[in-house]
Design a protein around this ligand. Structure first.
Ligand code: 9Z3
Length: 306
């Protein structure tokens, strides 16, 4: 059995797996004539105990994935958004730092009380609410939440299986921050780790490299884009290129944690392409994802027409 299959046989499916994987299948069937993008977003949690009190988190706010989802929708794609529960989501992300109660007013003028949005907030809320309603009415956005690494991998594989029926029109945009390390279930304590015996020695194992089966067997005809995250600038380019050479997918987008909102490097077989926001664009709040998605849509169209 491959290391990857071994992972699936020793880590149980998420509890709502059948419901979620059927939703994904139905979505792909409904959009079989559309371009469909699977966006993964947010960070995985790796539990340290079976009854989990503590876990190991990979950093990601979900900005990259959720804002990219909006730009893909704008470009006509149907979007499967596989995201870490409680990380940012398309449209609602614009209001992640507000307290909704501050925006609402209770109108007691009529007999039955009504709730209204404070007039000073309407111009901010309305355009985004309209876009959200339009997208939801079109049925072009399917959001699927995960929490743990294991749930993420099960749902990712289910999505790939469903997408493989789309005759190569699927795009995979793997922006989730996925742990490289985990504790196998048979090595994981059932109950909360106790401090009475001093600091625990926690031994982490390597997560199987899922890009290998993903690119070559799960969804071999798709256009696969992965992300590479580093904190040391001198490693980024070589590690991004190495990943492309290892897995033979279409593109690696490299970013440095500290500058990820302004700068990325796109590595393809034939070129390295930098996207850097200018000072003026930063002032105008241009989102780098608008440029990444624009570049990607062009490349994907070229691929589909070739
Ligand atoms: C990324 O590099 C994403 O761009 C970020 C986005 C997680 C930095 P935010 O959600 O951040 O906007 O706050 N994602 C990929 C990270 C990752 O785990 N990549 C693996 C690696 O670097 C390879 S698949 O080894």
């Amino acid at each position: 059995m491959s290391i990857c299959e071994d992972f699936f046989s020793s880590n149980p499916q998420p509890t709502n797996y059948d419901i979620l994987s059927n939703k994904i299948k139905d979505f792909c069937q409904l959009h079989k004539h559309d371009k469909v993008v699977l966006i993964t977003s947010g960070g995985t949690a790796v539990p340290l105990e079976r009854h989990t009190v503590r876990s190991l988190e990979n950093f990601s706010q979900g900005t990259r994935g959720s804002s990219s989802a909006e730009y893909f929708l704008k470009s006509g794609y149907a979007v499967i958004f596989l995201y870490r529960l409680k990380s940012l989501e398309p449209f609602t992300r614009h209001f992640s730092d507000i307290n909704i109660f501050d925006w609402l007013v209770v109108d007691n003028e009529n007999e039955s009380s009504q709730i209204k949005v404070g007039s000073q907030y309407v111009s901010t809320l309305l355009p985004i609410l309209k876009k959200y309603k339009e997208v939801m009415n079109s049925g072009k956005l399917l959001s699927i939440p995960y929490i743990s690494l294991s749930d993420y991998l099960w749902l990712l594989r289910a999505a790939c299986n469903a997408l493989s029926s789309l005759n190569g029109k699927a795009l995979l945009y793997l922006a989730a921050a996925v742990s490289d390390f985990y504790i196998p279930l048979d090595k994981m304590p059932t109950h909360k780790i106790q401090s009475d015996n001093g600091a625990p020695n926690i031994s982490l194992h390597l997560v199987p490299k899922i890009l290998e089966p993903l690119v070559h067997s799960w969804v071999p005809n798709a256009y696969v884009v992965s992300f590479k995250l580093e904190t040391n600038t001198s490693l980024l380019h070589s590690k991004a290129r190495r990943a492309l050479e290892k897995y033979h997918h279409k593109m690696v987008i490299g970013n440095i944690l500290q500058t990820r909102k302004y700068q990325v490097i796109i590595v393809t077989e034939n070129e390295d392409y930098d996207i850097v926001l200018s000072e003026e664009e930063k002032v105008q709040n241009v989102e780098i994802e608008s440029k990444i998605v624009e570049y990607l849509c062009k490349k994907h169209d070229l691929f589909l027409n070739s």
